[in-house]
Ligand binder design. Structure first.
Ligand code: SF4
Length: 72
C-alpha cells in the first residue's frame, strides 16, 4: 500500500468512554473486537481501503461516539 500520497487513516478510540454496546463489532467485524469486559479493541487501526465503508458505519453506529478517524 502506498501511504505517501495521502495520509493513512487511523482509527482512534476513547475506550474510557466505551459502553460496550458492540455496535462497532457488528458494523465492522474485521476491524473491531471487544475484550472480556466488552470494551472495544481495535484489531486494525489502519484498515484496508475496502474496509472503510464498514469502519465509517461503525463510527456512526457507536452510541457513545468514541470512535474517531484521523488522517482523513
Ligand atoms: S460501538 Fe462504541 S460503545 Fe459500543 S463497543 Fe464499540 S466503541 Fe464501545
Amino acid at each position: 500500500v502506498d501511504q505517501t500520497a495521502t495520509p493513512a487513516t487511523e482509527i482512534v478510540v476513547d475506550d474510557d468512554k466505551c459502553i460496550g454496546s458492540g455496535a462497532c463489532v457488528l458494523a465492522s467485524p474485521t476491524v473491531f473486537d471487544q475484550n472480556d469486559e466488552g470494551i472495544v479493541v481495535v484489531l486494525r487501526p489502519r484498515p484496508e481501503a475496502h474496509e472503510m465503508d464498514s469502519v465509517k458505519a461503525a463510527v456512526r453506529a457507536c452510541p457513545a461516539s468514541v470512535i474517531a478517524l484521523t488522517g482523513q
